[in-house]
Design a protein around this ligand. Structure first.
Ligand code: ATP
Ligand code: MG
Length: 388
């Protein structure tokens, strides 16, 4: 138990967001992620969150990984505990950071002293340990302005800690602090990335998936559940609302012009998602739409889908290139699952010549042949809710 994790908090000072609620949310999220990894003490002090193991059996590597995916954290470091004594701190720095001290050319030491009874000031302690390290490592030179390596010493109430520069954290804001949104999750590459990007801004997510059994297989549904699970280290536990979509698609195929099929189908998706939002207290919808990618992703098609919703539709990847989206998908770990080759409900009924620039009046006219409200209500009634 001689190691702890220090987390640097992110955009705390956001206008309107008060610090206390930011920290409380972050602590709650951290505790939930650590629950299965052992007993930890988690608290914040001066823009730093401390994660301290309380038993020898705590999984520190697991905790490190979990904390590196916690939104609201900009940087994290592992710190080694030692006795509250200048030579103990020096010895600890030499053993714990030996590799990094050998690799760097320039360095400085920075000290923080929470325990004011410690016999040296922060400056004196930094000077002492810095001087000794400078002598012990001939490769090192002190540079207080732009050091390659900063050695941090912290003298706290019941122990002292040594750590080096923090590694980048997940950034963003604690999930839940900005409310809730409904994200439309397909089995593709884009929608998991879009979900992740909105969660990163502090939004808790409900996931909605449209399932077209038997046109799409159980495996296709499992793939979406797997994607949802892959998002939980970042987004926390979520509910996937699996919507039976086959009846609507069959009705559209029977009664509506083929070239309008895709955009009509997407209007149904948005209507149903909005109902889920209403029932879950969500304030927005999220999609993985990207301008120009496919026929249904023109501005005109977006206007047609937006027209059936009163909630804002967030499209975080709308202006990104495919490579940029793929880079994020790889980083967050969803890419390999997204490219598994199972049919999606959109690909099953793809029209041969989809209309690129649908006209609103024409869509409404086509929908006049349908019992829109009845179809939406039946789909919503048939929703299966699965927790991941
Ligand atoms: P993705 O890679 O996310 O599948 P895409 O490039 O394939 O996106 P579309 O198939 O046009 O684009 O879908 C656009 C968006 O509509 C998706 O990003 C997703 O948010 C939503 N969507 C599409 N199909 C489904 C589905 N079966 N269930 C839930 N949402 C869907
Ligand atoms: Mg898709």
């Amino acid at each position: 138990m001689d190691e702890i994790i220090l987390l640097k908090l992110g955009e705390l000072v956001l206008k309107g967001l008060n610090r206390r609620s930011f920290e409380d949310k972050l602590i709650g999220n951290a505790r939930r992620r650590l629950k299965d990894l052992g007993q930890f003490r988690v608290y914040t002090k001066q823009s730093t969150m401390y994660v301290e193991p309380l038993e020898e059996t705590c999984d520190m590597d697991g905790a490190w990984l979990a904390m590196s995916r916690l939104f609201g954290v900009v940087g994290l470091s592992r710190a080694r505990a030692c006795a509250k004594d200048k030579d103990a701190l020096l010895a600890c720095a030499k053993t714990y950071l030996d590799g990094r001290l050998r690799a760097a050319k320039t360095f400085k030491v920075e000290s923080k002293r929470a325990d004011k009874s410690f016999p040296m000031t922060s400056v004196e302690l930094s000077r002492y340990v810095g001087g000794e390290l400078d002598e012990a490592y001939p490769n090192l030179q002190v540079d207080v302005h732009h050091p390659e390596l900063t050695v941090y010493l912290e003298v706290r109430d019941y122990a002292a800690y040594v750590h080096a520069d923090p590694e980048p954290g997940a950034g963003g804001l604690p999930v839940g602090i900005g409310g809730r949104a409904v994200s439309l999750l397909s089995g593709g590459i884009d929608s998991p990335v879009a979900s992740w990007m909105i969660a990163k801004r502090g939004i808790a997510l409900e996931l909605v998936h449209f399932f077209s059994y038997p046109y799409t297989s159980e495996q296709a549904k499992q793939k979406v559940l797997d994607l949802a699970k892959l998002l939980t280290p970042w987004c926390g536990h979520m509910v996937v609302h699996v919507v039976p979509f086959t009846a609507i698609q069959e009705e559209l195929r029977r009664k509506c012009p083929e070239e309008l099929f895709t955009v009509l189908m997407r209007r149904f998706m948005m209507r149903i998602a909005e109902q889920v939002a209403q029932r879950t207290g969500a304030g927005a919808l999220v999609t993985g739409e990207c301008l120009g990618q496919v026929a249904s992703q023109t501005m005109e098609a977006m206007r047609a889908t937006t027209a059936v919703c009163s909630l804002p539709i967030l499209r975080p990847v709308v202006g990104m290139d495919k490579e940029e989206i793929v880079r994020i998908a790889r980083k967050i770990g969803t890419f390999e699952t997204s490219i598994l080759p199972y049919e999606d409900c959109c690909t099953v009924f793809t029209p041969r010549h989809p209309r690129l620039r649908p006209v609103l009046g024409e869509l409404e006219c086509a929908e006049a042949a349908l019992d829109v409200d009845g179809l939406v209500a039946a789909a919503v009634d048939g929703i299966e809710r699965l927790r991941v």
